[in-house]
Design a protein around this ligand. Sequence first.
Ligand SMILES: Nc1ncnc2c1ncn2[C@@H]1O[C@H](COP(=O)(O)OP(=O)(O)OP(=O)(O)O)[C@@H](O)[C@H]1O
Ligand SMILES: [Mg+2]
Length: 250
Amino acid sequence: MVNKVTVKDLVCYYGNKCVLNLLNIQIMKNEILNIIGPANSGKTTFLRTLNRMNEYNLLYSYDGKIYLDGKNIFTMKVEQLRRRISMLFAMPTPFPMSIYDNIVYAPKHLKLIKSKAEQNIIVERVLKDVSLWDEVKDRLNWPAMKISGGQQQRLCIARVLAINPEVILFDEPCSGLDPISTAKVEQTMLRLKQKYTIVFVTNNVKQAFRIGDRTAFFFMGELIEINNTKQLFHSPNNKKTADYITGRFG
Ligand SMILES: Nc1ncnc2c1ncn2[C@@H]1O[C@H](COP(=O)(O)OP(=O)(O)OP(=O)(O)O)[C@@H](O)[C@H]1O
Ligand SMILES: [Mg+2]
């Protein structure tokens, strides 16, 4: 296994409140790494730190190092970093434009595509990657807001794929979705790990068990335990982990 992201002694604060305390974690290429843990344990802060989304929050500060393929992410150009490490949020956030334009918006802006033919190829490829092509291929000029919530979430994943990232951060992507849409997003994630590295924050322990190769358990800003998912669920090393996965708190 190849190491994709290395987090060394990461500490994060909002004001003087420490919300991630000395985090050390390695993320492997083409794995799905689950991040689980109760509310306020620092899961979202961790994702937002990985693609520097907190930079404009004046309350926020950090210490420590994060490397992507051995390069310090804090010295990269932020646009460059976000092209390589992209984030997807809990609620689908399509732009108020057509399905087609949602996908080509960023690649056009970044001058990644030159011709209309190339655009069409990308749109088809990424919609197929998220199993949405058959559902929308006859109405690509429909407003994205008019498709279902589950389809919107897969469209948002497709939009991320269109810029060819290397790492995708999912922050509870299924929390607003019904079970059928959830299953489709899960299938999509499992397929995507062949090409991408995925960090997957979920509050749903059963979902984490189904999806992630490894699982990290966060509690009150500390990484309590990280292990192969089956091992962590079947024989957790820490009592807090055991309590959490058996539903005793959280
Ligand atoms: N923008 C912010 N300003 C100040 N404090 C914040 C901010 N965002 C998060 N916090 C605090 O940081 C801590 C960690 O929050 P974070 O959102 O990372 O947790 P989480 O594990 O994602 O929780 P949840 O499961 O509820 O999404 C919490 O105590 C929270 O109140
Ligand atoms: Mg969160």
